[in-house]
Design a protein around this ligand. Structure first.
Ligand code: FAD
Length: 298
């Protein structure tokens, strides 16, 4: 497989037995058989076609901030678009490639005095990952600003879609169901005063830094907001804060976060997620649905 991959993308873009804990926010996860980082849309298409032709497992990794990779790692090809990071602006339009961090897109919007992406200034995902789950915070979400996207489908065909074609809802899109790989996103923003945009971003950053345990590896909020409740409050009221399994701990700063406090394994981290779910279900009868994806082998 290695020989076939390096015919499609330069050798430096193909890593063998690469530890995924170096590519995830939780610092968890075993090795990927092959981690490929294509540099062009054509390379992405060709690698997808190769995976299909060879019937080899294919997994897409963004910035690794909303998933947990298990200790056994991932078989087959893992693709990461970290080398596709351009961000271009033209009047009130911003076009960003999917490997760009959404934080950097929001900073670029500030630089050119465009409002609308302030909510994303502290979300540590890639543009692709942000579209995948319609990322949002503090009342804003991707759905509010996205107008078009370029994706590659399961067959390796490049498609130009409108935002509506992604069926964006609360922390959800049809990207997983359709198997799209996002290559590019076009956002429509509004001209505003630099100081006004910056003030909002500073305020949101302050809120985030004071409430979230950003000093530790984590995957952000582990659970979705259950209808009629707040996950963090339920966890707090279940006296789960500070509880540990191995090196994983329910954060004392933000009950909705589980931190990798001390070299946890994915097994320990996942066991703590289950413990939180079981305890909250037992005490309040509420199912905490995971926002975070768990992938890979035990
Ligand atoms: P990953 O975690 O790498 O992947 C998540 C899913 O997206 C995977 O299924 C992957 O296959 C898919 N994906 C990634 N790239 C692409 C692509 N190019 N095309 C198609 N699918 C793709 N989220 C919020 O919504 N709001 C918040 O306020 C927020 N705060 C956070 C704070 C912290 C400290 C952390 C660690 C996380 C937070 N998150 C938040 C979660 C996370 O940052 C977002 O969900 C982000 O959108 C995930 O992007 P990613 O690139 O890291 O995706």
């Amino acid at each position: 497989m290695y020989d076939k991959l390096i015919k499609l993308t330069p050798e430096k873009n193909v890593m063998v037995n690469e530890p995924l804990k170096n590519h995830t926010y939780t610092h968890l996860g075993g090795e990927a058989d092959f981690l490929v980082t294509p540099e062009t849309y054509e390379q992405v298409q060709e690698i997808v076609k190769l995976a299909n032709k060879e019937a080899i497992a294919f997994t897409l990794l963004g910035n690794g901030s909303n998933l947990i990779v298990k200790d056994g790692g991932i078989r087959g090809i893992v693709m990461n678009l970290q080398k596709l990071t351009s961000i271009k602006t033209d009047e009130e339009i911003v076009v960003a490639q999917s490997g760009a961090r959404i934080i950097d897109v929001s900073r670029e919007a500030l630089r050119v005095k465009l409002a609308g992406l302030e909510f994303a200034c502290g979300i540590p995902g890639s543009v692709g990952g942000a579209l995948f789950m319609n990322a949002g915070a503090y009342g804003g979400e991707i759905k509010d600003v996205l107008v078009r996207t370029k994706v590659v489908d399961r067959e390796g065909v490049l498609l130009d879609l409108t935002a509506d074609q992604l069926d964006l809802e609360y922390r959800k899109s049809n990207i997983p169901e359709k198997g799209y790989i996002v290559l590019e996103a076009t956002f429509s923003l509004q001209t505003a005063e630099y100081g006004a945009i910056k003030a909002i971003m500073d305020d949101l950053t302050y809120k985030r830094e004071s409430k979230q345990p950003l000093e530790y590896p984590s995957c952000g909020s582990v659970f979705k907001r259950p209808p009629g409740y707040f996950a963090g409050k339920l966890i707090q009221d279940s006296a789960l804060q500070g509880q540990e399994i191995g090196g994983a701990q329910v954060s004392l700063k933000h009950a909705g976060f589980i931190i990798n406090k001390n070299g946890a394994s994915a097994k320990e981290y996942i066991a703590l997620i289950h413990h939180v779910q079981d305890t909250v279900k037992g005490k309040f009868g509420v199912n905490l649905e995971r926002e975070v994806k768990i992938i890979g082998e035990d």
